[in-house]
Design a binder for this molecule. Structure first.
Ligand code: FES
Ligand code: FES
Length: 171
């Protein structure tokens, strides 16, 4: 009996903008955006945690929205604007939230921090004055096992109070 011929889906060329820089990548359709960012573009600030959408370590902004990059296929990012933690600073200046993290000792294990910064950036873009409940709710998508979230909350509250000069992070 004749065997069915199976062929692997062919790699696709995608064009997107990452941290303001136009990029082209050739990716297999099954490749995640997370793997593409880390392995193809060498942006290692976006971390690999659970790889099934639970921990938030892989969060990036896609067209300004917080997205789990382990759950998004790279091909779905074709034509999108991506911002990773490497793109939060501008011209060597940290973003207000990054500055506040330094000032309030909110940098903990470092593995989760990029995803947490992206979550907060996404939240404040959508809602610059979130309530404490909304802030805690947003951070509930980032699992930190090393300690409490106290310093992270203090840093975020300082930015929300306007204690740190605001600066637009480009889309
Ligand atoms: S690695 Fe994507 S949510 Fe955990
Ligand atoms: S900041 Fe990573 S486990 Fe707490």
């Amino acid at each position: 009996m004749e065997q069915p011929v199976t062929t692997a889906p062919r790699p696709r060329t995608i064009h997107f903008t990452v941290n303001g820089v136009p990029q082209t990548a050739i990716v297999e359709p099954r490749r995640s955006l997370l793997d593409c960012l880390r392995d193809d573009l060498h942006l290692h600030g976006t971390h690999v945690g659970c790889e099934h959408g639970v921990c938030g370590a892989c969060n990036v902004l896609v067209d300004g929205e917080v997205v789990r990059s382990c759950l998004m296929l790279a091909v779905q990012a074709d034509g999108c604007e991506i911002r990773t933690v490497e793109g939060l600073e501008a011209g060597g200046a940290l973003s207000p939230m990054q500055e506040a993290f330094c000032r309030y000792h909110a940098l903990q294990c470092g593995y989760c921090t990029p995803g947490i910064l992206i979550t907060l950036e996404g939240l404040l873009r959508e809602n610059p004055q979130p309530s404490d409940e909304e802030l805690i709710d947003a951070l509930s998508g980032n699992l930190c096992r090393c300690t409490g979230y106290q310093q992270i909350l203090e840093a975020a509250r300082a930015v929300i109070r306007g204690e740190t000069a605001s600066r637009e992070v480009p889309v």
